[in-house]
Design a binder for this molecule. Structure first.
Ligand code: SF4
Length: 471
C-alpha cells in the first residue's frame, strides 16, 4: 500500500511544482513510511530524489530547489514483501523508445511472475522485483506499435491481472490510471493551471486545490497542455456502470485512509462514526468511559459512545515517533514496543469500566498488550469493540494481514479470542452494518478479508501475500 501524488502545470510553468509535490506526498505519509520520492520533468529532462525513510527527513529546501520542473510524480511507500532494497524505491524512471517516463504505483500484479518471465524471454532486463518496473517494461513494449501512450496503457491494462493505481509522467503528459476493479483510490483536482492526482483528497485540501472527482474504475486520465482527456478500459460500459462495478478496498474506510478524506463519495470520518454507532446497537456494554485505540479507532469510538450515551474520553496516547525498526523478536521486546508506542492516561482510566474501540483485530497481539496496560493502570474492566468484522482471510492485494494461519479468527471462536486477549467482553461489527456505514458510496467494495470473496482474483500461489505490518 502506498501514497501516490502527481502534479502538472498545463501552461508549462515550473513555479511551485516541487513544493506542491512535496506537500502532496507529505499529506499521504500515513499510506507508507518506508521510503519516499519525487521525480520531476524539466522540459524533457527527468530528475528524481528518493530515499528510505519519511518525507520530511528526505527532502529539504536544497533538494527541493534542485527539483525544478513543470510536472512531478511522487510516491510514499508502505511495506511489501516484493519491494526490497533502495533500487525498489519509487518513482521509477526509464528511458524508452517513446522517451523518458517516470511512474509511481500502488499495485499488486497477480500475474507478475508470468509477465516478467515473458518479458525476460524477449530480452527485457529487470533491476528490481517491484511491480512499477514490470509495468513500465510492459508499457514500453506495448508502446512499440501503438499510436499513443494511452493506447499502450490500455494494452498494458489488458495484460495485467491485479489491482493498481498509477501516476506516470511522460515528456509532455501526466497520466493517472485506476484499475478496472477500482480497488485503489485515485482522485483528480485543480488549482489554477495545475492539475493533480492523489490517492486521497486530503492532499488537495492541504494544498487548497479544488477536488474534481475520483477516477472511475478502469479510467485513464491524461493531462497535457492540450487539456484533460479520459480513456476507458471497458469503453462499451456507461460511466454509471463502470462506477457501480467498482470494488474499492473496504479497509480504506476502516483503517487505511485519513479520517478527513472522502473516497468514492463517502467520508472516512463519517463512515467510521456510523460504524461505531452500529456497533453500539449490535454489541452494547455497561461501561463508564469509551476510548478509542489511537488513531484509527477514534472516530468509531466517538460513534460508539454516542450510540451508548456514555462519555467519550482520552485513555490512550500514541507516540508518533516509534518507527517500524523497533526490534520485536521476543515476547518481552514486543511488549516493550507496545509500551513505547502507547501511553495510558492513568487518571482517566483508573477505577473505571472501559470500552475500547479499535478499527480491527488482525493478530491481536497489540490489543492484548493494550488491555494489560489499561488493567495495570487501574481499569476495572476492559471491553473491546471492533469496527470491522473478524478477519478470516489473508489479503492478497497488498493491504493487510499475513498468511491465513496467522489470523486467530480462522481457528478460534470470538469467546476464545476474548480469552486470549484478556478482555472482559469482545464484539465485532457485522459485515452488513459495516457496509451500511459507507452510506453514499457510489461503488461496491472488496471485503475479501472478511468474506473470502476475492473480487480481483487470486495469485496461483496462495502463500503469496503482500502485507504491511499490522497489529
Ligand atoms: S482483502 Fe481486505 S484488505 Fe485486502 S483489498 Fe480486500 S478488503 Fe482490502
Amino acid at each position: 500500500m502506498s501514497g501516490l501524488f502527481g502534479v502538472i502545470d498545463t501552461k508549462g510553468s515550473s513555479e511551485g511544482i516541487a513544493k506542491t509535490a512535496y506537500y502532496g506526498v507529505f499529506s499521504l505519509q500515513h499510506r507508507g513510511q518506508e521510503s519516499a520520492g519525487i521525480a520531476v520533468n524539466n522540459n524533457g529532462t527527468f530528475m528524481v530524489h528518493k530515499a528510505p525513510g519519511q518525507v520530511a527527513d528526505i527532502f529539504d529546501d536544497i533538494t527541493l530547489s534542485a527539483l525544478n520542473g513543470q510536472c512531478a510524480v511522487c510516491h510514499a511507500r508502505g511495506g511489501s514483501d516484493r519491494e526490497t532494497g533502495t533500487d525498489a524505491i519509487q518513482p521509477i524512471l526509464i528511458k524508452s523508445s517513446a522517451g523518458n517516463i517516470a511512474m509511481s504505483s500502488d499495485s499488486v500484479i497477480l500475474n507478475a511472475d508470468e509477465l516478467r518471465d515473458n518479458l525476460k524471454s524477449m530480452g527485457a532486463i529487470f533491476q528490481t522485483n517491484i511491480d512499477s518496473e514490470l509495468i513500465l517494461s510492459l508499457f514500453s513494449r506495448n508502446r512499440i506499435g501503438t499510436d499513443s501512450c494511452e493506447e499502450a496503457l490500455l494494452k498494458t491494462m489488458k495484460d495485467m491481472k491485479g489491482v493498481y493505481a498509477l501516476v506516470l509522467m511522460t515528456e509532455n503528459k501526466l497520466i493517472g490510471v485506476r484499475d478496472p476493479h477500482g480497488m485503489r483510490p485515485l482522485a483528480l483536482a485543480k488549482k489554477g493551471d495545475m492539475y493533480m492526482f492523489s490517492s486521497e483528497n486530503c492532499a488537495f485540501d492541504a494544498l487548497d486545490a479544488e477536488f474534481i472527482r475520483d477516477l472511475e474504475p478502469g479510467e485513464i486520465v491524461s493531462i497535457s497542455k492540450d487539456g484533460v482527456k479520459s480513456f476507458y478500459f471497458e469503453a462499451d460500459k456507461t460511466n454509471e456502470q463502470r462506477v457501480k462495478d467498482g470494488n474499492v478496498c473496504i479497509f480504506e474506510y476502516v483503517y487505511v485512509a485519513r479520517p478527513d478524506s472522502v473516497i468514492d463519495n463517502t467520508s472516512i470520518f463519517d463512515s467510521r462514526y456510523r460504524a461505531g454507532q452500529a456497533l453500539a446497537k449490535e454489541h452494547p456494554c455497561d461501561c463508564d468511559l469509551v476510548i478509542g485505540a489511537p488513531d484509527s479507532g477514534n472516530a468509531a469510538a466517538l460513534g460508539f459512545a454516542d450510540g451508548l450515551g456514555v462519555p467519550y474520553g482520552m485513555g490512550l496516547l500514541k507516540n508518533r515517533y516509534v518507527g517500524r525498526t523497533f526490534i520485536k523478536s521476543t515476547q518481552e521486546q514486543r511488549e516493550l514496543a507496545v509500551r513505547m508506542k502507547f501511553a495510558v492516561l492513568k487518571t482517566a482510566v483508573a477505577g473505571k469500566r472501559i470500552a475500547i474501540v479499535d478499527d480491527s483485530l488482525v493478530r491481536g497481539t497489540t490489543t492484548k498488550h493494550i488491555i494489560r496496560f489499561l488493567k495495570d493502570n487501574g481499569a476495572k474492566e476492559v471491553h473491546v469493540r471492533l469496527a470491522s468484522p473478524e478477519v478470516k482471510f489473508p489479503c492478497c492485494y497488498g493491504v493487510n494481514a499475513s498468511k491465513g494461519t496467522d489470523l486467530p479468527a480462522t481457528r478460534m471462536s470470538v469467546e476464545e479470542i476474548r480469552d486470549m486477549i484478556g478482555a472482559d467482553s469482545l464484539g465485532y461489527i457485522s459485515l452488513d452494518s459495516l457496509r451500511a456505514s459507507l452510506d453514499g458510496i457510489h461503488c461496491g467494495t472488496c471485503s475479501a478479508c472478511f468474506d473470502g470473496n476475492y473480487v480481483a482474483g487470486q495469485e496461483e500461489s496462495s502463500d503469496s501475500v503482500h502485507n504491511v505490518e499490522y497489529n
